[in-house]
Design a protein around this ligand. Structure first.
Ligand code: ADP
Ligand code: MG
Length: 254
């Protein structure tokens, strides 16, 4: 019993201090270090290092979950040869995440199926790995949430929650026209983000047509002004990847 007590106590403290990796690994690591003649400091260092790495991994997984990506897409599954109009160097540079520290925006413009959502998600995923708070929403999804929150008198709370993000991904601007209230709420979010957060937006609509969705020329001007002040524009105007994929599969079947 007397010999058992230290590990019992140690387990208790490690649990209290929330050090699950050390708790799981200290015995095995002790055997390894004894075999390799490592001193106590090296032993402690190994354990603390493992705890730190795993803690960061858990935090990253939490950030990815909180971002609510519709599906997880990364850059390694993106075929740049299928979309030669997209500047690979720029995408690679953006993946490093410096634009987030400069509160710059990214705008993906182009036809459906050209990989806009794929690349926006890949950038969002990278931002999560870089420790940033990210949220992915469709523009319509965001507006629905804003209108509902306003109805429930919880709009301020939702806006404050959005303020805490470092990257807001707004997918599919332009598919559905907004109500006047919807357009104004979207403008509110974009204004609050201006020079404080980064926004990645995807759209199939050229700038000239944004008024058709926002239904107000002055509001469109003010929104464009903010979103395009510091922006990286990525145009994807090649063939739809979905369509090409479907055509190739159909050809193979023949
Ligand atoms: P968009 O948002 O522009 O309409 P998506 O990003 O949703 O297009 O792409 C449609 C589908 O095709 C997705 O499954 C996406 O992963 C895939 N896709 C598009 N472009 C590429 C590409 N260049 N390489 C690999 N997959 C692609
Ligand atoms: Mg899309």
């Amino acid at each position: 019993m007397a010999r058992k007590r230290p590990t019992l106590l140690l387990d208790h403290y490690l649990k209290q201090l929330r050090l699950p990796t050390i708790q799981r690994e200290y015995k095995t690591m002790a055997q390894i270090c004894a075999k390799e003649n490592k001193d106590h400091i090296s032993y402690l260092l190994h354990l603390v290092e493992r705890e730190s790495i795993e803690r960061e991994q858990r935090a990253c997984e939490r950030r990815i979950k909180a971002a609510k990506f519709p599906i997880l897409k990364t850059l390694d599954t993106f075929d740049f040869t299928a979309q030669p109009g997209i500047n690979k160097n720029l995408i690679t540079q953006l993946m490093a995440g410096d634009y987030l520290d400069r509160h710059e925006n990214i705008l993906f413009m182009g036809n459906p199926g050209t990989g806009k959502t794929h690349l926006a998600t890949a950038l969002g995923h990278a931002a999560c790995a870089q420790g940033k708070r990210v949220r992915f929403l469709t523009v319509t999804g965001l507006i629905t949430q804003l209108l509902e929150a306003r109805e429930d008198r919880k709009l301020d709370k939702l806006l404050v929650r959005l303020d805490k993000l470092q990257l807001l991904i707004l997918d599919e601007f332009g598919y559905v026209p907004f109500s006047k209230a919807g357009a104004e709420l979207l403008f509110e979010v974009i204004s609050r983000a201006y020079e404080r957060q980064s926004i990645i937006m995807t759209t199939n609509l050229p700038f000239e047509q944004w008024t058709e969705i926002l239904l107000n020329e002055r509001l469109t001007g003010a929104l464009l002004d903010r979103i395009t002040h510091r922006v990286h524009i990525i145009e994807a105007n090649g063939e739809s990847y979905r369509l090409k994929d479907a055509k190739q599969r159909a050809k193979r079947k023949k």
